[in-house]
Design a protein around this ligand. Structure first.
Ligand code: NAD
Length: 976
């Protein structure tokens, strides 16, 4: 690909600068508040972050006292400017005045970037812009779309905007520079559409479903646009939506009713951008279409980088700014070289980038208006003026909307204008010499690629189901597993496969007529046999070098990884998990094996030496461990408890839950395949109340690793405490039980973030996670709004069989759970108001998401674990009351807090008594090593699965002290 020669770019760039005549954009002028804010924040990075965080929260702070507290919390330590400090000090004494000033300030700042609150107010401004030879694309700002109601409202707003602008444009005179492109006239009205705003249930694994729903919402928009001669651009958002948006765009272009004037954005910072553009050009040429491409650099660099690093996925964006700039020039050339298929819109504030585009267009003898330059409203006015003078068509991207929903847009713009690597800051904030500003990006050194610390443990990445290849693997796995349904699974006792004649069928809760597997059921006889085998195997297994056992676990992890998709598919059939929930469970099982292997190596022995004496601190295994697991993380929990027992040198007898026994049987075989000897890992399914209870009490059993309900856990705890004749040691019980987990929503919380996280925490896996949110405690000022958005979001969830990835809520585990949960719901109707009850398919164990509001804090609904998709919403006067309610149960497992108040966050960290507390995020999905998991009180013994202390529960510490002196002589280092 050719780009324009350096000299012509330099010449063009200098011409633009010369025409700017040293003018400064309004934003950077220190005469106004915005300029001062930018100036302060550019001089001090710490202040910048605090200031922008404060700005983000300001519009929701109605109470002057709360506002003063926020100002104090965010700025008191960060501000070094004397003026700022004086203003602050004065303001804090007069909160009402401070509140007024702050609100005015934010309004003024937002006014810099947001054209108008609605289309009526926008129209006169747009007309005025046109008089100054500036045209526009209008975009609607809004809250993140969380429900179908909100998505439908968005659609209506777009329709309204198109009508209003099209009507108004009738009276706008033609302006050659704006309304023609060298081939003919172009639409006067140009609207940018955010795809994610049109459907609230986009699932990464179900792009077809998303395309279908999005098409339905887009069709009326595109039809109206066609009738009214309006141009529609598909904006590009996060990378996860990119392939979907491109596919949707192509499909919509093919529809007869769609506007002829359609465009799409391409982000130059994406590593895939060149390939995507090439494919789009090919597609357009095959279909004889001409499409507009708006080339942008990309506005979500930090988010893309951080999220990819958090998930251990390949980072989709270039690491350095100069790589993005170089990519931009290459993509621009590609666009200009394909005039039959691509209409070019170059969106940039970087003079070098636009000079490169213009120079390349000239070299290809393109008509100067066969392409356009786009810039954001409120920014870089001198550059816009220079380009207008040069005869270019300049289009402003004009957001329309209210301030509150526009805050994330405002903050993105503030960051962009003050970014260390930003062109605008360099040009107008720091007066960097023109030669540097115009330097070839390929030859420029770029400063920052985000330096993120390497985590001490790398979690197994979850599968990225936005990738077609991964979806294909899952679909094939579902087919394979479907063929294996109904198989029979014997007990594994020593070397033998045992079929005692009693069986239990494990069924698919989404289709109860479907038998997933028929599993043999052990009784006392088989338990005795297994215990005898374990006893015989123990000396060898426990004395094996810890490193060898760790290596066997690592091999197990490999085997699980190799069967990853099939195991996840099996979880879908046996336990009703959606693709991503099942995938996460399998990933966690892999993590447990690898993590405990590493931990065992780390702790296996330590030495304390003094002259003449050697002290070795090490651990030995306890003996026989019975592993009693629940069904809700069918692979991970069973695998984690077993892996810990094994790597520590104990012999494990696995007793899975009846509802997930097929997965248990698969796992036992994987441990054996990896090299765990038969006596060290045995599979003994059977009724918990008989065979489970029997093993708990058996005098030869040393460890009981249990995860499950409080009722069973307490019974086990008590039984294990009674010493039996012949018992030689105290039994160790690792006991992890239920929860009644609460999320508190503060008055200043960001609801765009809080509501989806609450929905995922309460209704993910049908609320059947021990960590699930079952209580939502909302502070009075936001109670109604939270409830409204929550109900709308819950009503948009799709309930259905989990093998269809478009469904996000599957069935509850079995008929007993179904009846129990329904009975709890019926009972709750007597004392709480049902705010929402979701519909669900009949004929299986589906229960729609259910929300009760105004729930008394001491009622059964707010105190007892229901373990289903039922959320109790409780009102709290203030944070004191919220914490009292949150801590007012017998459980203490997980908890969450949504707030933007630094002091409240600190307080909640101290006072919310739970094992795992999550601030400003969902409360499920703990990762091994990163979030060691487990609670206190009646939620468990505080053993923290996946944490550094966990293995110690399976071990007995020993110290061997050896006197090294022989007749006054010690062997030691030679004296030199
Ligand atoms: P459950 O207590 O009914 O069963 C757990 C296991 O105990 C099963 O294998 C069962 O067969 C066995 N069992 C039952 N009675 C027994 C007895 N008398 N003696 C010995 N074993 C017996 O729980 P469940 O329905 O499988 O799982 C859901 C529960 O697990 C919920 O309460 C949930 O909160 C809890 N859980 C806790 C955690 C945690 O880490 N704290 C994690 C997952 C699940």
């Amino acid at each position: 690909m050719n780009t324009a020669p350096g000299q012509s770019i330099q010449k063009k760039g200098r011409e633009i600068f010369a025409r700017m005549k040293g003018a400064t954009p309004r934003l950077f002028s220190r005469k106004n508040l915005m300029g001062r804010v930018l100036d302060w924040s550019m001089r001090q990075e710490a202040l910048k972050i605090q200031l922008f965080r404060l700005i983000d929260v300001l519009p929701v702070l109605a109470d002057p006292r709360a506002l003063a507290e926020h100002v104090d919390d965010y700025l008191a330590h960060a501000a070094s400017s004397t003026i700022l400090r004086l203003c602050l000090a004065a303001g804090l004494k007069l909160p009402a005045l401070l509140a007024f000033a702050a609100r005015q300030g934010v309004r003024q700042m937002a006014g810099n970037f947001i054209l108008a609150p609605d289309s009526a107010a926008a129209i006169p401004k747009l007309r005025q812009m046109r008089e100054h030879f500036l045209t526009f694309t209008a975009d609607i700002l809004g809250e993140t779309v969380l429900s179908e109601k909100e998505a439908a409202q968005y659609q209506q707003r777009y329709l309204g905007l198109i009508e209003a602008l099209a009507d108004a444009s009738q009276s706008w005179p033609d302006i050659e520079q704006l309304d023609s492109d060298g081939r003919g006239s172009i639409p006067k009205v140009n609207v940018s559409v955010k795809i994610s705003a049109l459907y609230s249930q986009i699932q990464p694994a179900a792009p077809e479903d998303a395309i279908q729903h999005l098409s339905e919402r887009l069709r009326p928009i595109l039809k109206l646009a066609k009738e009214r001669g309006v141009f529609i651009n598909f904006d590009m958002e996060h990378h996860g939506l990119k392939d979907l948006t491109l596919e949707l765009f192509k499909r919509m272009l093919g529809e007869p009713d769609a506007s002829a004037h359609l465009g799409i954005a391409v982000q130059a910072y994406l590593r895939d951008a060149a390939r995507d553009l090439r494919e789009l050009i090919q597609w357009a040429s095959q279909h004889h279409r001409r499409v507009t491409v708006r080339l942008v650099k990309g506005a979500y660099w930090d988010t893309e980088t951080i999220l990819a690093r958090q998930r251990d996925w390949p980072v989709p964006v270039f690491g350095h700014k100069n790589e993005t700039d170089a990519s931009y020039e290459e993509l621009a050339s590609m666009m200009l070289e394909n005039p039959e298929t691509i209409e070019c819109a170059f969106a940039t504030h970087n003079v070098r980038s636009m000079a490169a585009c213009i120079a390349r267009a000239e070299a290809l003898s393109r008509h100067p208006r066969s392409y356009e330059i786009q810039m954001l409203y409120g920014m870089a006015e001198p550059i816009k003026q220079a380009l207008i003078q040069m005869g270019h068509r300049v289009r402003e991207y004009c957001p329309i909307g209210e301030i509150l929903p526009g805050m994330s847009y405002l903050v993105r713009r503030l960051l962009e204008n003050t970014s260390n690597e930003g062109f605008l800051r360099a040009t107008f904030g720091e007066a960097v010499p023109v030669e540097e500003l115009l330097a070839d990006p390929r030859e420029r050194q770029s400063m920052k690629s985000m330096v993120l610390p390497e985590p001490p443990f790398r979690n197994e990445p979850h599968t990225d189901f936005t990738r077609a290849e991964m979806r294909g693997r899952m679909e094939r796995a579902l087919q394979t597993v479907r063929k294996q349904l109904g198989g029979s699974y014997p007990l594994l006792i020593g070397e033998r496969e045992v079929r005692p004649g009693r069986v239990q069928s494990s069924i698919n809760p989404a289709k109860p007529s479907e038998v997933v597997g028929v599993v043999s059921q052990g009784g006392v006889k088989e338990a005795d046999a297994a215990i005898a085998e374990a006893k015989a195997a123990f000396p060898r297994w426990s004395r094996m070098d810890a490193g060898t056992r760790a290596a066997i676990l690592e091999r197990t992890a490999e085997l699980i990884r190799a069967a990853r998709f099939e195991l996840a598919a099996l979880e879908g059939f046996e336990t009703g998990k959606t693709w991503s929930e099942a995938d996460a469970d399998v990933a966690e099982a892999i993590d447990f094996c690898r993590y405990y292997a590493g931990e065992m190596r780390r702790i296996s022995s330590s030495v304390y030496e003094v002259p003449g004496e050697l002290n070795i601190h090490h651990y030995t295994a306890r003996g026989i461990a019975v592993i009693i697991a629940p069904w809700n993380f069918p692979l991970a929990i069973l695998c984690g408890m077993t892996a810990a027992a094994l790597v520590a040198g104990n012999c494990a007898i696995m007793k899975p839950s009846a509802q997930s026994a097929v997965i248990g049987a698969r796992l036992a075989r994987l441990f054996r395949e990896a090299g765990v000897p038969p006596g060290a890992i045995q599979f003994l399914s059977g009724p918990g109340s008989s065979v489970g209870a029997y093993m708990v009490e058996h005098p030869d059993v040393a460890v009981i690793a249990f995860t499950g309900s409080k009722e069973v856990g307490l019974r086990i705890w008590e039984a294990a405490g009674r010493t039996k004749p012949g018992q030689l040691q105290l039994k160790k019980v690792i006991c992890e039980m239920g929860g009644k987990n609460a999320i508190i929503v503060d008055a200043d919380a960001d609801l765009d973030e809080a509501v989806p996280a609450i929905v995922a925490s309460a209704f993910g896996y049908q609320g059947q996670k021990c960590s699930a949110a079952s209580r939502l405690i909302v502070l009075q000022p936001v109670y109604e709004r939270v409830l409204e958005r929550l109900v709308e979001a819950a009503s948009s969830l799709r309930v259905g069989p989990p093998d269809d990835p478009a469904n996000s809520v599957g069935p509850v585990i079995d008929s007993a759970a179904f009846d129990r949960i329904r009975a709890s719901i019926e009972a709750a109707k007597g004392y709480a108001r049902m705010a929402f009850s979701g519909t669900a398919p009949e004929g299986a164990y589906f229960i729609g998401p259910t929300i009760f509001c105004d729930v008394p804090a001491d009622s059964a609904l707010a105190q007892e674990e229901i373990f289903g998709p039922v959320l109790a919403v409780i009102r709290a006067r203030d944070l004191d009351e919220a914490l009292k309610i949150a801590n007012g149960t017998e459980f203490a497992l997980t908890g969450g807090f949504f707030s933007r108040s630094p002091r409240n966050i600190e307080r909640v960290k101290r006072e919310f008594e739970v094992g795992n507390l999550y601030i400003n995020r969902g409360i499920t999905g703990a990762l091994v090593a990163r979030h060691p998991f487990g609670g206190g009180r009646m939620s468990g013994g505080g053993t923290k699965a996946g944490g550094r202390d966990y293995l110690l529960n399976f071990l007995v510490p020993r110290v061997v002290t050896e006197n090294l002196m022989r007749r006054g002589f010690v062997s030691g280092p030679e004296e030199s």
